[in-house]
Write a protein that binds this ligand. Structure first.
Ligand SMILES: Cc1cc2nc3c(=O)[nH]c(=O)nc-3n(C[C@H](O)[C@H](O)[C@H](O)COP(=O)(O)OP(=O)(O)OC[C@H]3O[C@@H](n4cnc5c(N)ncnc54)[C@H](O)[C@@H]3O)c2cc1C
Length: 352
């Protein structure tokens, strides 16, 4: 695997490859290996800053018991094993890239663009996009939108931006507590706001936060954010709803860290047949209603679909065999079992 360089720094010319895999979840990673096995080049894009999809975002340290021939491994270990498995093919992975638009050209190939300016020229697109892109859950208050990036934030790009500011961090998970603790060292004042006194963050972080509050290094207030008060286009304070009424809390910056939600986003505009937020496929090859675009893993919809990692592996394997016909219409692919594939053995041996 190669984590590709950030293209936003300079304009890039189209990247030509056989298959673009959208999503670096477990199914996208296995698809990268399988593409290599059957002789297809591929590249992966993922909106997130790291690989692993749900396995890493939602349950990295939980054990998984139903991966064939692995009695038990954590979700994180599974992702590490999948990365090791596709390493011999040195597949470029472009992180923090959300696929936005597709266009089919007269020669049948696709031009795919990402939101940060990457352009791909591919014979087929394999959607392994799970439930869609993970995006931060945002405040639903109408006044939050115009303040976004200036006074209302859903991530912390640089601690220094909050130096000597009055900052409220909202949320009860690991991100909220970790950032509140980090910010107390640079901000004028940090207040952690959560709708209840219990937290979903790690016990050690909760303990650190409670000690910091006792030491007067930061504040913690229970309440739900009911309104934002704005003056001259800048955030001045928040209204917090509590059991016995409302209070005002002064704030120049609000960092809401409420976790991630999945959103199919631009893929929903691609003219694919979609039901319940998932892409309908033909189960003989996991091709969508648009020839050349495949959907595998959790994003695929068909009768009796099971959202299981092993189902996604099977789906990717069949989809890529059909994708081969788009990439090499004049070639007949001869199936060789991996156990008899001398070229594959050499490649894997060379990488090992
Ligand atoms: C708590 C929990 C426990 C589970 N336990 C098991 C288990 O024991 N066994 C099992 O088999 N399954 C289990 N699952 C289900 C399993 O995790 C999913 O079936 C699996 O992650 C699906 O893999 P995927 O690669 O299809 O999608 P995902 O893992 O969802 O990955 C999709 C990737 O695509 C990216 N993406 C989406 N849209 C875009 C876009 N427009 N542009 C760029 N990137 C995009 C996302 O950022 C994400 O990284 C569990 C799920 C959960 C939540």
């Amino acid at each position: 695997m190669t984590v590709a360089a950030d293209p936003s720094a300079s304009p890039v010319s189209p990247i030509r490859t056989d298959v673009l895999i959208v999503g670096a979840g477990p199914v996208g990673l296995f698809a990268a290996f399988e593409a290599g096995v059957i002789g297809l080049s591929c590249q992966i894009v993922d909106i997130l800053g790291r690989v692993g999809g749900q396995c890493i975002e939602l349950y990295p340290d939980k054990p998984i018991y139903d991966i064939p021939a692995i009695t038990s491994c954590t979700a994180r270990e599974l992702v590490e094993r999948l990365l090791a498995q596709c390493k011999p093919f040195d597949v470029p992975i472009h992180l923090e890239q959300r696929v936005e638009t597709i266009e089919q050209r007269d020669d049948g190939r696709w031009t795919v663009r990402t939101q940060r300016g990457l352009v791909f020229d591919v014979a087929a697109i394999l959607l392994g996009a799970g439930n869609g892109a993970f995006v931060p859950q945002k405040l639903t208050l109408p006044e939050a939108g115009p303040l976004e990036t200036r006074h209302v934030h859903y991530s912390v790009p640089r601690l220094a931006d909050f130096a000597d500011k009055n900052v409220v961090v909202a949320g009860g998970g690991d991100s909220a507590l970790d950032w509140a603790l980090a910010l107390r060292k640079v901000a004028r004042r940090v207040t952690l706001v959560h709708r209840r006194a219990g937290f979903s963050a790690a016990d050690s972080s909760v303990e650190l936060m409670r000690r910091a509050v006792e030491a007067g290094e930061m504040d913690f207030v229970v309440g739900g954010i009911a309104a934002l008060e704005v003056e001259d286009g800048a955030l001045r304070s928040l209204t917090l709803r509590q059991i016995d009424g409302e209070i005002q809390l002064e704030a120049e910056h609000l960092i809401a860290l409420y976790g991630l939600v999945a959103d199919l986003g631009p893929i929903a505009q691609w003219g694919l047949t979609i039901h319940g937020g998932r892409v309908d496929v033909d189960t003989s090859n996991y091709e969508s209603s648009r020839p050349g675009i495949f959907a595998v893993g959790d994003i695929a919809n068909y009768p009796n679909k099971q959202k299981l990692i092993l189902s996604g592996f099977h789906e990717a394997s069949l989809a890529l065999r059909k994708a081969y016909a788009y990439a090499y219409p004049d070639k007949k692919r001869v199936h060789v079992h991996s156990s008899y594939d001398a070229k594959l053995a050499e490649k894997i041996g060379a990488a090992g």
